[in-house]
Write a protein that binds this ligand. Structure first.
Ligand code: PGA
Length: 251
């Protein structure tokens, strides 16, 4: 089945204003030669308005890297779904491994954020992935299955149909140790089977599942050739327009 293909940049806590705008401009410039994939830039929250304004009407969508699940209130330091939406961003990243492991977000938080994003009309990209010791203990499939089941708890099939998953093995993020195409494919196939069990074949078959973790221009082709890999969530290599574009131009 032909699925949507998506290449997303996760800028993490990099770029001050001028750098963010220059990076977005460089990517827009490069996309004057169109590519057959969707492109999303997950920028730091303070740059959302300006980057979204710059990208408006073009081939690049913008997203927040995180948000809180409450509508509003006394939650110092947090940003709400409505604030993300109001910035012009259409997407939100949920449950990135750095949120889970550095900021102790739980599967329950991920589930609440996913529901809040859908309610606000944002497009959620939910991240899952196992730790190195979980892989070594051969628990990867169980860990990721539970992350997916808990993230999607209480969602209808219709809601699940607008969610994108990013599989990011934690041992591959920022380490230069990319998963082999075979490992990634096997996990993507597994994730699709879990989604199929929850929501049926139509939802599972159409859901884009992106790979993330040390994606670079020289390893994307092998990954993207795999049947269940529908694009990439790129960290380090998304901070330079040239390397991000080279990745996103894969066929
Ligand atoms: P990386 O990060 O490409 O630098 O490994 C990926 C991510 O954390 O989304």
């Amino acid at each position: 089945m032909a699925r949507r293909t998506i290449f997303a940049g996760n800028w993490k806590m990099y770029t001050v204003r001028g750098e963010a705008l220059a990076l977005a401009r460089g990517i827009l410039e490069g996309l004057k030669s169109p590519i057959p994939h969707e492109v999303v830039l997950f920028t730091p929250a303070v740059h959302l308005f300006e980057v979204a304004a710059l990208c408006a009407g073009g081939p690049v969508a913008v997203g927040a890297q995180n948000m809180y699940f409450e509508r509003e209130g006394a939650f110092t330091g947090e940003i709400s779904p409505a604030m993300v939406k109001d910035s012009g961003a259409r997407w939100v990243l949920i449950g990135h491994s750095e949120r889970r492991h550095v900021f102790h977000e739980t599967d329950e938080d991920v589930n609440k954020k996913l529901r809040a994003a859908l309610q606000a009309g944002l497009l959620p990209m939910v991240c899952v992935g196992e730790l190195l010791d979980e892989r070594e203990a051969e628990k990867s499939e169980d860990v990721v299955r539970v992350q997916v089941e808990r993230a999607f708890e209480g969602l209808t099939g219709g809601e699940a149909a607008s969610v994108v998953i990013a599989y990011e093995p934690v041992w591959a993020i920022g380490t230069g140790k990319v998963a082999t195409p075979e490992i990634a494919q096997s996990m993507h196939g597994h994730i699709r089977a879990v989604v199929e069990k929850l929501f049926g074949g139509d939802v599972a078959g159409a859901m884009p599942i992106l790979y993330g973790g040390s994606v670079k221009p020289d390893n994307i082709a092998g990954l993207f050739a795999m049947e269940d890999i529908d694009g990439a969530l790129v960290g380090g290599a998304s901070l330079k327009a040239s390397s991000f574009l080279e990745i996103a131009r894969v066929r």
